[in-house]
Design a protein around this ligand. Structure first.
Ligand code: 11G
Length: 308
């Protein structure tokens, strides 16, 4: 392939011009690139903005798949929630447009995929790495909660990494806006991965459901598997309602204590986001302010003066 638009042939080869996407609302032409994966109704692709030569991630949903009004509403609500959010640790919403056959959601590109991929390579992470990722996750969740939004599907697959290894919170498909102080949501349309007991039991839920998920994420990053994982969904749900999980002996006391607080069955007994960052786990251990991309595939050796 010749270097037609100065991108360099290594990137150029990802984009063939058989898939041209035109956004007439901004008079912008995109090339559709390689498939990144599927999420819900959407097929996700790298896409290249030919006006700016910048690469984005595009969620492309065929209109045939959202023929029923409530399905289109779901997409529009996701866009509505995400489009006004602007934070270093929340995926940036770029644009939404439609053509005859698809709707398009253009988002910030996260070239290093998600923490699912990191854990696939690494099995489990060191405590300093977990502090590094959790600090950014908590910052992003703090921001969306301050905008009255509950994410409701925090999980490793929605924790994406850009080229600089910054964590970006993604996928507001199950998110909801709290309309008044003290409002309790009664239902979720979809199945959250790290679902909290109060959501399962339809007792009314709010921001605390995201804290439960942060506890599940912290456990999964340190142990290499989720706290309530079993072979069937029914058994997993039973363990969640029974609060039945255990720690491997490898975990430090500070890590176990923080996870235990986040996984408290009573939502109001769980820590606030600010309390998580002030917890002994964070304060009494080394928190790297940057992480090499090699940590996606190999265990880092932190300077020995930073014990754990
Ligand atoms: C486009 C969907 C999703 C996403 O939201 N962003 C921002 C993203 C940004 N960059 C790469 N991938 C992204 N993904 C992946 C695609 C498959 C699963 C999640």
């Amino acid at each position: 392939t010749s270097d037609v638009n100065g991108l360099g042939t290594d990137i150029q080869q990802h984009f063939d011009n058989t898939h041209i996407i035109y956004d007439n609302s901004t008079d912008t032409t995109f090339l559709r690139g390689r498939l990144l994966g599927k999420g819900g109704f959407a097929r996700c692709y790298e896409i290249l903005n030919l006006n700016t030569n910048k690469i984005y991630a595009g969620k492309i949903i065929s209109k045939t798949r959202i023929s029923k009004p409530h399905q289109k509403q779901k997409i529009l609500r996701e866009v509505q929630l995400q489009k006004n959010l602007k934070h270093r640790h929340v995926v940036e919403f770029i644009n939404y447009f439609e053509d005859d056959s698809n709707v398009y959601i253009i988002l910030e590109n996260c070239s290093r995929k998600s923490l699912v991929h990191v854990l696939k390579h690494r099995k489990y992470l060191t405590e300093p790495e977990v502090r590094y990722y959790l600090r950014q996750l908590v910052a992003g969740v703090e921001y969306i909660h301050s905008n009255q939004i509950i994410h409701r599907d925090l999980k490793l697959g929605n924790m994406l990494l850009n080229n600089e290894m910054d964590l970006k919170l993604a996928d507001f498909g199950l998110a909801t806006k709290v309309d008044f102080a003290g409002e309790k949501k009664m239902t979720v349309c979809g199945t959250p991965n790290y679902i909290a007991p109060e959501v399962l039991q339809k007792k009314g839920h709010s921001f605390e459901a995201d804290i439960w998920a942060v506890g599940c994420i912290m456990y999964a990053l340190l142990v290499g598997r989720p706290p309530f994982e079993t072979t069937t969904l029914k058994e997993t749900y039973l363990r969640i309602t029974e609060n039945n999980y255990s720690f491997p002996s490898s975990l430090t006391t500070a890590a176990k204590n923080l996870i235990r607080k986040c996984l408290h069955p009573e939502p109001t007994s769980r820590p606030l986001l600010q309390e998580i960052l002030a917890d002994e786990f964070f304060v009494c251990g080394y928190l790297p302010h940057s992480l090499s991309p090699t940590c996606c595939t190999a265990m880092p050796k932190f300077p020995s003066r930073y014990a754990s």
